[in-house]
Design a protein around this ligand. Structure first.
Ligand code: AMP
Ligand code: MG
Length: 510
């Protein structure tokens, strides 16, 4: 947002109705046929108050953070005012939720305000989440509670700082209203920014209705927005599928490398652009174990940490099914082509995973045995309840030599398990060209000191919700903005929870 220049007029863009603020919206999704969405403006709230504007992100979007933080800006971010040029829409989509197909989901508590072109020429969606009921709300109130809004703000921005593709958080405001969950909770609205909100579930919505024309339009939109190079390939839709599959595989590998558990990998929460989307009951591992599940609603462990690659591949198979009519005029040829694309998922995933593990272990050359060595460490960590993040962070120091092992050893219940692994690791390190100091720096650049640990998040959420105290939120955001740098005065944020602080369950809060 910038202040309107002299002579700026509604025709050349978007001045807010009552003066002041301009958002240069260009709404391509709202130009798609009406069956893609429902036109819907946000519902008003009583007394919006700003929690936070994401300054660097605002600037990247070409918006003025001060204008956003002004009382007019906050009214827009709360849904009380409509910026000129904004065409509010709630998007239609379906989805497999925990394996069960729901033909009609859609934005039940979110409204896409519009799209802007950012400083790097990328089209980005600006969406309000928690902005009131829409025709897709079913029994929901269309609102969001403060806790889940802060959780999404914290974790999405932490993911971005870690270098993991994700939707972003531009702003959070409180509404001055209570929302009724198990108890009454303060309400809030998040402003989410995404490369797009096209999901696997969006394709499924039209496939379920046999609407091949809409699938083709949506596929063309996805290609234009996310995979423009696919357009010039002989089989553009096959190329779209291939690219979406490789991005998804690489995304999940990145999650695995930082111990992230998404928690609700439903197909409606799977972005075609390959961004992490929908931060509900998500959480990071403290102690490593592949079967870790946090979400209170995931009783079967469908979305456990170690299941994520398999589930992502399953979700991509659901995507491929929707594209069958576009892949070939002949169904058998289409199926064969889809299967060939899907068969590549495990290779994309394991390549990305092993490449990442090598760097985490300080290997910059490749040896066949590296994957086994990495897996043996993970197995030992699981048996010894070793903290995932700290183990790798302390390995950076340990890479200097056997004298620097104390930090890692103490993370293992039985330190000799680490010792026997580290002898093999050191032998392998001896084959690497980098000297100890450079290796440590290179390893620290991929092994974060700080992740949004669950007990820290819980502490932030309860301070904000119970006491209206946002200082812990600000402190956590400061730490997480530079996850790879040890920060003076914030060392405790790297620590795992003490046993009484440990969080075993997380909740969607919807
Ligand atoms: P999620 O689990 O957040 O991915 O949401 C799944 C579906 O439930 C989506 O269609 C949401 O729009 C809808 N939904 C979630 N919470 C609410 C709410 N409070 N009011 C209306 N719809 C909701
Ligand atoms: Mg969702």
């Amino acid at each position: 947002m910038t202040s309107p220049e002299n002579g700026a007029s509604p025709e050349n863009g978007a001045i807010m109705e009552n003066g002041g603020i301009r958002i240069p919206f260009d709404n391509s999704y709202a130009r798609l046929p009406e069956r893609f969405y429902v036109r819907q403006e946000p519902s008003r709230v009583v007394a919006p108050q700003l929690i936070k504007i994401n300054q660097p992100l605002a600037l990247q979007l070409g918006l003025d953070p001060e204008a956003l933080a002004s009382s007019e800006g906050v009214e827009i971010l709360a849904g009380n005012r409509i910026a000129l040029g904004s065409e509010g829409i709630a998007l239609a989509y379906s989805g497999h939720q925990f394996g069960h197909f729901v033909p009609k989901l859609g934005d039940g508590r979110a409204i896409l305000l519009g799209e802007v072109i950012d400083r790097s020429g990328m089209r980005r969606d600006i969406q309000l989440k928690g902005s009131g009921r829409t025709p897709f709300s079913r029994n929901g109130d269309g609102r969001a509670a403060l806790g889940p809004v802060l959780r999404e703000y914290i974790v999405s921005e932490a993911m971005a700082a870690l270098g993991i593709p994700t939707t972003r958080s531009l702003a959070a405001v409180t509404t001055g209203e209570m929302v009724l969950r198990e108890t009454p909770l303060p309400g809030a609205v998040l402003t989410r920014v995404a490369s797009s909100h096209i999901r696997v579930g969006t394709f499924q919505y039209f496939a379920a209705r046999g609407d091949v024309e809409a699938i083709r339009l949506l596929a063309d939109t996805a290609i234009a927005r996310h995979y423009p190079e696919a357009a010039s390939e002989k089989q553009a839709y096959g190329a779209l599928l291939d690219r979406a599959i490789s991005r998804q595989a690489e995304l999940v590998a990145k999650w695995m490398l930082v111990g992230f558990v998404h928690g609700v990998m439903n197909t409606d929460n799977t972005s075609i652009a390959g961004e992490t989307i929908d931060y509900g009951p998500c959480a990071f591992l403290d102690a490593y174990h592949p079967e870790t599940v946090f979400s209170s609603i995931d009783q079967q462990g469908r979305y456990a940490y170690g299941e994520q690659p398999k589930i992502a591949a399953w979700n991509m198979a659901r995507f491929a099914e929707t594209l069958l009519p576009l892949l070939s005029g002949d169904i058998n040829t289409g199926v064969a082509s889809a299967i060939e694309s899907l068969d590549a998922f495990p290779t994309y995933f394991s390549t990305a995973l092993v490449t990442g593990l090598r760097r985490k272990l300080g290997f910059f050359t490749e040896r066949d045995h590296d994957a086994v060595l990495a897996q043996d460490l993970l197995n030992a960590m699981a048996e010894n309840h070793a903290d995932f993040t700290l183990t790798f962070r302390c390995l950076c120091e340990a890479a200097n030599g056997p004298g620097a092992d104390a930090g890692v050893r103490r993370l293992f219940e039985n330190p000799s398990d680490y010792d026997s692994w580290s002898r093999r690791w050191r032998k392998r390190l001896a084959e690497e060209p980098l000297d100890g100091r450079n290796r440590k720096a290179a390893m620290e650049a991929v092994n974060p000191a700080y992740i949004p640990r669950n007990h820290r998040i819980e502490a932030v959420l309860s301070a904000a919700t119970e006491d209206g105290d946002f200082a812990p939120f600000e402190a956590l955001m400061t730490v997480l903005s530079k996850p790879y740098q040890t920060q003076k005065g914030y060392e405790g944020y790297a620590d795992p929870p003490r046993s009484e602080q440990r969080v075993y369950r997380t909740f969607c809060g919807t």
